[in-house]
Design a protein around this ligand. Structure first.
Ligand code: MTE
Length: 320
């Protein structure tokens, strides 16, 4: 298994990002040279038993858009875990980590049902048994900031295949836990709770869409959506719903939290699109956390090659 409970890790044990990155580049170079076996031996020698960290060349090809390969620097563990949106705990990005510190994420299960042949409840232990892969994704929040995050998880499609969607199923609805004993009220959060999200079935089954169970090779920190959250890298961050307890296949487009809160500002699709303004601000550039100058935002967050065919017959200004 690739992941470790972050609470069990001493800070001295956390691989610093430079070592982590070097390790990854080292392996990547090895894969390119085609000497995987020898590399694995040397790797084990230099880095005695680490969690299984890196993935096959095949996965790299799926996940790394050619323009964003090795030169994309990862954001640090500190950055990723201290600047969060998780309204159930706080609307202040810098307060979420502390407020979510004691969030209880065991026992945990996701109930998968709706228009499926075989409804099934997956305990978190079952989900962690799926082969875990590392996915380095650019992450673009609708508020204009972005990061590069090394997630750990598996394609959502594995779950969808296991429950066998019926022909009538066209969408997938997701729901976060809402526990008023551990979370603030809907009134304080300023949005309806439980938090809801949705995807079209083909988006949900796309190989880039993952259920993430960790990041930086460790179990998911509470503030990032422990124990399991969605990551859809070509859409604005709010589609990547955290701490999921329910997934349902539906015939109709499901309601989503931000669309309910402000329908003129947040649509169902929410694909990253520098050409479609948020009504109150431009989406043409982004503040990449850790950099001083703003970067231009790319269509579909840089994943156009992989996903634009999903929308070939759609007017993306209308379906924003
Ligand atoms: N999921 C839940 N349940 N509650 C939330 O408030 N915020 C969303 C998304 N998922 C949110 C959520 C938003 S707006 C963003 S930008 C991302 O989570 C932030 O993910 P991160 O904190 O891991 O960077």
């Amino acid at each position: 298994m690739i992941v470790k409970n972050p609470n069990e890790i001493k800070s001295s044990e956390i691989t610093d990002e430079k070592t982590y990155l070097n390790r990854r580049n080292f392996i990547r170079a090895g894969l390119l040279a085609g000497t995987t076996l020898a590399t694995a031996g040397v790797y084990r020698f230099i880095n005695p038993p680490p969690p299984k960290e890196v993935v096959t060349a095949e996965i790299q090809n799926i996940i790394q858009p050619p323009d964003f390969r090795a030169e994309e620097k990862l954001n640090s563990f500190e950055e990723i875990t201290n600047y969060n949106n998780f309204y159930e705990f706080s609307t202040s990005k810098t307060a979420v980590a502390r407020r979510a510190e004691n969030f209880v994420t065991r026992p945990w299960a996701i109930e998968v049902g709706g228009l499926v042949q075989k409804p099934k409840t997956f305990a978190i232990e079952d989900l962690l048994k799926f082969e875990q892969e590392e996915r380095i994704y650019r992450f673009r929040c609708v508020e204009g900031w972005s990061m590069v995050i090394p997630w750990v998880g598996f394609p959502l499609k594995k779950i969808l295949d296991a429950v066998e969607p019926l022909g009538a199923a066209k969408y997938v609805a997701f729901e976060t836990l809402y526990d008023s004993a551990q979370m603030q009220s809907s009134f304080s959060a300023g949005i309806d709770l439980p938090y809801l999200e949705g995807l079209r079935l083909d988006e949900a089954a796309h190989p880039l869409t993952i259920l993430a169970t960790g990041l930086y090779g460790k179990l998911m920190p509470n503030q990032n959506g422990a124990p399991v959250r969605l990551v859809v890298p070509w859409k604005y961050g709010f589609k990547s719903i955290k701490s999921i307890v329910k997934i349902s296949l539906t015939e109709k487009e499901p309601p989503t939290t931000w669309n309910i809160a402000a329908p003129s500002e947040y649509g169902f699709y929410s694909n990253v699109n520098p050409n479609v303004r948020h009504p109150r601000w431009s989406q043409a550039t982004e503040n990449h956390i850790g950099e001083y100058t703003r970067r231009p935002t790319l269509p579909f967050n840089g994943y156009a090659e992989q996903v634009e065919s999903l929308y070939s017959d759609m007017n993306l200004k209308k379906y924003f």
